[in-house]
Design a binder for this molecule. Sequence first.
Ligand code: PAF
Length: 279
Amino acid sequence: MQLIEDPSKLQPYQGAAFVPTMGSLHDGHLSLMRRAKKLAEKIVISIFVNPTQFSPDEDYLKYPSTLDEDLAAAERVGVDAVFMPSVEIMYPNGIEPCDIELPDVAIKPQLEDTHRPEHFSGVCQVVSKLFDLIQPSVAIFGEKDYQQLLVIKQMVKDYQDRWPGLYIEPHPTAREDDGLAMSTRNTFLTKEQRTIACEVYQRLSWAQHAQAQEKISVGETEKVITNLLEYVGFVVDYAVIRSGDTLMSVSTFDQPTRALAAVRLGEVRLIDNIAINAN
Ligand code: PAF
């Protein structure tokens, strides 16, 4: 497995399957890499904690780093190259504004875009630079960050001349045995918080079953899941049913819909989502 800091060394990996990460790898990341192995001859991953997608109160310097374990895990999965650029390589002129025009799904749904206002411009900025440097044929993104997945898909569609033929492959969320979506942030949960963290998935699953069996309305479903999440101790940023394609509000379930939630437990923010009517 080749470790690459200098982008000029990426040339042999043009057309690879690509998994972008910020490191601190868990089984969710590894499942994306296993999927990547089936999609192209070579797999490249990136490990780069991108400063531009963190807001000032999120302190990107505290993002956990487990580099030795990450490299060992990537090697075991069969990754061919790990691109680990410095901030100076990614932002040689210092932090500049993002040159990507953000798609509606990054600015209109009032989900992550409202709660983390600079986030998607930072994500699009770094992912577009990584696509430019690596020129993959396919990039794999997890459904856990569902709005991010749709933003990247739309960005690639809007800029198809910049990355011709690039395909974004969605991958299902990897979960712990009790349903909790795997996330680097889970490591920040205390033992007690960890015991209730699985409730997010349980409540979203409840919405799925309730809709299938009782024909409950969109508004009632949102109210019930919000109340249940608050009851077990979460501060709820949102718990909503949205279009699975645009993430805009829906009044009925007669189309592909997703239940999405973002909640806070002390300092830790958890997000998750589940398909109600599959896309
Ligand atoms: O999902 C992530 O880990 C990050 O947002 C990404 C895509 C690696 C960009 O920094």
